[in-house]
Write a protein that binds this ligand. Structure first.
Ligand code: F0G
Length: 451
């Protein structure tokens, strides 16, 4: 690994180490905080080594027409801004990234917004945004010669890790909270050949245990405490900026769980501004489920100085996290970008998910918190009609089909959760009904709707 190009800087105390010197749990030996990758050669410094913005924009767009595997990746297409490998030949790619940015005409109309979009990260190879980070960190694992990688997960990280590890011929270990992840994700980890262990604890318990395990065995940790994950996950910020011809949208809204994604997107936009590829950074808002809202509490109660871990509870299992690892980084992103951090109820999540479905864009419940959060921000009058807003949809709808079916059958939400929102919920429900196998019965079911 050529550590001249990048180094790790502790987010807490600022101490710097070479990439190869990181402890197995990726915590700072001085203060215990997490690291960020920095590029002293050119990102931080003025001077002749700075990349030329116009040339980079041209190069990145050109690569979209290339038949080279690395150029076809929406992460490695931007490799000048993530020189974390000594040889890009070590990159393990499934052609991640380059995900679609969809206009949301119906939600925009309802909310009185002109420009509302969804960046659908669920359209990645394993169906979630994790692939953009996994290609980067798994490639680092391969370059360092690891034969085993591991993660704790609410499901998507494990699905992604298992796939990339198998591509690279590396063994993978998955720790998941028993009974608390969606079936689609569990199926993926098995399909891609991971050793999958279900533990009688929650996600936070799995994380704690894994930090201990990687100190005792030569296993490379692939949770988002690994700073290389965030290097890959910052690239959707580049794609968003590129899609708007390098005029960033006013506002980007992301779900918050372990808080790696919001941290990474914030870093991506910050670096674009430092390199003068864009003139400003968008507001970045983080939305959590009300039953798993430690960052909301931290920002409201202590302005982000302290985070009190909590026992998390939500049907949006991807973000059922009470002690998020990257909370300090995410708090800084929200504060520096002048964004908001708020929470939404179980019913608000379910409604927003069904509304996105009716735009022809399914997503995971965890992704739908973004639309639910935007509705709240609009109601509070803080997002204005002329503003351009991008919702980051993090996972594919097929990841958690049980959730969708329960919603449409009417068994997802309790009466208490639905209270006051029944009129919004009922028209969104589309239960599958059983009828006789005759034309008459089918036409009867359509009565009043066709013609
Ligand atoms: N949306 C989905 C679909 C997720 O899977 C996750 C996190 C998030 C949002 C939250 O992102 O953690 O970066 O703030 N899933 C992790 C996992 C924790 O293990 O798959 P975050």
């Amino acid at each position: 690994m050529d550590d001249n190009l990048h180094q790790l800087r502790c987010f807490g105390c600022g101490s710097r180490i070479a990439g190869a010197q990181a402890q197995p749990n990726f915590r700072c030996a001085v203060c215990g905080d997490l690291f960020e990758v920095e590029y002293p050669g050119w990102i931080q410094r003025e001077g002749p080594n700075r990349p030329n913005p116009g040339a980079l924009k041209w190069l990145w767009r050109e690569r979209r027409c290339s038949s080279e595997a690395l150029d076809q990746s929406g992460v490695w297409r931007f490799r000048e801004l993530l020189p974390i490998l000594s040889s890009f030949g070590n990159a393990v790619s499934l052609r991640e990234g380059n995900t679609p940015l969809y206009h949301l005409p119906r939600a925009a109309k309802r909310l009185g917004l002109d420009q509302l979009y969804a960046k659908h990260q669920g359209m990645n190879p394993t169906g979630s945004f994790k692939d953009t980070g996994m290609t980067a960190a798994l490639s680092a694992a391969r370059e360092r010669g690891f034969e085993w990688v591991a993660c704790a997960s609410t499901g998507n990280t494990s699905a992604s890790m298992a796939a990339y590890a198998s591509r690279a011929g590396i063994e993978s270990l998955v720790l998941i909270p028993e009974g608390k992840i969606a079936w689609g994700k569990l199926a993926q980890a098995m399909d891609y050949g991971a050793v999958t262990l279900q533990l009688k604890t929650d996600f936070d318990g799995c994380m704690r245990l894994l930090a201990d395990i990687v100190r005792q065995a030569p296993i490379y940790l692939l949770n988002s405490v690994n700073p290389y994950r965030l290097e890959g996950q910052k690239t959707p910020a580049f794609e968003i900026a590129e899609a708007f011809d390098w005029n960033v949208p006013d506002h980007v809204i992301v779900p918050g769980g372990n808080l790696g994604n919001s941290s990474a997107l914030g870093k991506g936009f910050r670096e674009l501004r430092e390199l003068k590829l864009v003139a400003r950074v968008p507001r970045i808002s983080v939305i959590q489920a009300a039953g798993a809202n430690p960052l909301v509490r931290s920002l409201n109660e202590t302005r982000g100085a302290v985070l009190e871990p909590m026992e998390a509870q939500t049907r949006a299992t991807a973000i059922r996290i009470g002690n998020p690892a990257s909370w300090r980084k995410a708090a800084r992103v929200v504060q520096e970008s002048d964004g908001w951090c708020l929470d939404v109820s179980e019913a608000e999540i379910a409604i927003a998910k069904a509304e996105l479905g009716l735009e022809g864009l399914g997503c995971e419940p965890a992704s739908a918190v973004t639309l639910a959060g935007l509705k709240k921000l609009r109601a509070q009058g803080v997002v204005h009609s002329g503003q351009t807003v991008v919702l980051v949809l993090t996972g594919h709808t097929l990841k958690d089909a049980d959730y969708t079916i329960d919603f449409h059958r009417g068994t997802l939400l309790s009466d208490e959760e639905k209270l006051g929102l029944e009129k919004e919920i009922e028209p969104l429900r589309r239960d599958a009904i059983t009828v006789d196998a005759t034309a008459a019965a089918v036409l009867e079911a359509l009565k009043g709707r066709v013609g």
